[in-house]
Ligand binder design. Structure first.
Ligand code: ADP
Ligand code: MG
Length: 490
């Protein structure tokens, strides 16, 4: 048992999806040819002035409302001064003193156990969310250092938590919950590989029971959730070893090296930059219109955990299904549209969580990111119709699987596929009766077991009949018919 309590605070940068950058009309698109999405403002040429893109403010306020923050009456732009090739202006515009969003909290679900697959929920406190501009992106080869200013000036929301997380698992649960909230709100896709979400982790230890915070280190360069987890675990061990040896932790910034699975010191507190923050003389403070804040509040989407609880309560769907549906906004929206066409939540949810996700992963190219529903021709009405034709006995569940796969590829409606492939259930009883009699004659042992009261023995007879009818015999009809014929042949 560790004798220390772990304390973690995260700082998360999220690129906000806006049509244009934060202080100029240059657009942004991931993956564009380097340095094609710049202009005089982005490059900090003399004589240029920033013009605020109000969309960035609104979207960040929307994010703040989604996370329960208070939206400031007035927010203000400061210059964070530093000299580095990723910033041609030699300062970054940020909100140091008066951030847009204050406080807030995020509901997280801790990992479950074998007995309780649904983990415990708790709220993690936030300190603030402020806006700032993204710097350019440096990359280093063996010979050169290269700079791409496409990303420079893109609006970033920096979400700062209180030191309110106590393990690497909690940090992971927090990032997953936060990412899902932001994706649900349509503010960012939060693709960490594309740099749309980036995280720094502050970690400290203190003796169990103490209420004084220990000295922290800040870990940079965490570009995946698994790196966040690994780097925190590494840092906990490193600090515990120092403290065990009676040494102290140095307050410093460290850089995570995923390839070595370890971190190294970048700079200590003494070497830390003095950013000489001061208010930007070219930008006025922004007063937040309360009517806009109110209308943003009214238009907020449902939060993922709220949606999940609603599915559990209203539709009695199990956690194993709701947790999958609500981990993906697109999937759960698809579920809701299908439901509007046919009110069978359980059956529809099962097709989505089992069949649809299986087909999506089966059709994804190895190495590429997984296909999403919008990449396919699938329509919610079609799932609804599929459930309807199964419920009304037009096709069996077994045939429905075949229809589903066909529908996934062609986008045609189940009824069209059933018609085209002549799949509707074979209810020609004389043909099935003949097959039943044949099966009874061929399986005396199973028939005898059935007569002795083993009701499952009848299943041995069904296989060959289903095979002969290519699955088109209605299972319930077949069951009744077989029982009747066995009794009659006694
Ligand atoms: P800075 O001024 O260096 O940016 P902040 O006070 O803004 O520091 O905190 C940055 C982040 O570090 C926040 O997420 C905060 O919760 C976290 N943090 C602060 N002190 C500690 C600590 N002792 N242990 C762990 N995390 C901490
Ligand atoms: Mg800070």
């Amino acid at each position: 048992m560790m004798k220390y309590e772990v304390v973690i605070g995260l700082e998360i940068h999220v690129q906000i999806k806006t049509k244009t950058k934060m202080f100029t009309s240059a657009p942004y698109q991931y993956g564009a040819e380097p340095n094609t999405l710049t202009d005089a403002v982005v490059l900090g040429l003399p004589g240029t002035l920033p013009v605020l893109n109000y969309e960035a403010i609104e979207r960040c306020a929307q994010l703040g409302l989604m996370l329960g923050c208070e939206i400031a009456e007035v927010c203000k732009w400061d210059r964070k001064n530093y000299f580095y090739p990723d910033s041609p202006k030699n300062y970054q515009l940020t909100q140091n003193e008066q951030p847009l969003c204050i406080g807030g909290s995020v509901e997280i679900e801790l990992p479950g156990s074998a007995r309780n697959i649904e983990g415990e929920h708790r709220w993690v406190q936030l300190n603030r969310i402020h806006l700032e501009e993204d710097p350019g992106k440096l990359s280093h080869t063996a010979f050169d250092s290269l700079i791409d200013f496409n990303r420079a000036g893109v609006p970033l929301a920096e979400i700062v938590t209180e030191p309110d997380l106590n393990s690497s698992e909690e940090a992971v649960a927090f990032l997953n919950a936060l990412r899902n909230l932001i994706v649900f709100a349509g503010i960012s896709d939060c693709d960490m590989e594309k740099g749309q979400m980036r995280c720094d982790a502050n970690v400290s230890l203190r003796p169990k029971g103490s209420d004084v915070l220990g000295t922290r280190t800040e870990m940079k360069n965490l570009n995946s959730i698994s790196n966040v987890k690994a780097s925190i675990e590494y840092e906990i061990k490193r600090q515990a070893k120092l403290l065990d040896a009676g040494e102290s932790v140095t307050q410093e910034t460290r850089r995570w090296d995923a390839s070595k699975n370890s971190s190294f010191s970048l700079r200590s507190k003494e070497e830390a930059h003095d950013y000489r923050y001061f208010p930007d003389p070219d930008l006025m403070p922004d007063t937040m219109d309360r009517n806009i804040v109110q209308s943003l509040k009214e238009a907020l989407p449902e939060r993922p955990f709220d949606r999940q609880r609603r599915y559990q309560e209203k539709y009695s769907l199990p956690y194993t299904i709701t947790s999958v549906l609500c981990a993906d906004r697109e999937l759960s929206d698809f579920f809701e549209s299908a439901l509007k066409n046919h009110d069978s939540p359980k059956a529809i949810a099962n097709y989505l969580v089992n069949d649809l996700l299986r087909e999506l992963s089966a059709h994804s190219e190895v190495g590429d990111s997984a296909l999403s529903i919008s990449d396919t021709k699938m329509k919610p009405e079609c799932i609804a119709e599929l459930v309807e034709v199964v419920e009304s006995g037009i096709i069996s569940k077994q045939i429905a699987k075949e229809v589903f796969s066909e529908m996934f590829v062609s986008g045609e409606s189940p009824k069209v596929i059933i018609e085209k492939k002549d799949l509707s259930q074979n209810n020609d009883n004389s043909e099935i009766e003949a097959l039943c009699l044949e099966a009874i004659a061929n399986n005396p042992k199973a028939v005898a077991q059935f007569r002795e009261g083993n009701s499952k023995a009848i299943n041995a007879l069904k296989g060959p009949i289903m095979k002969a009818t290519k699955g088109k015999a209605n299972p319930a009809t077949l069951d009744a018919l077989l029982q009747k014929l066995i009794q009659a042949s006694e």
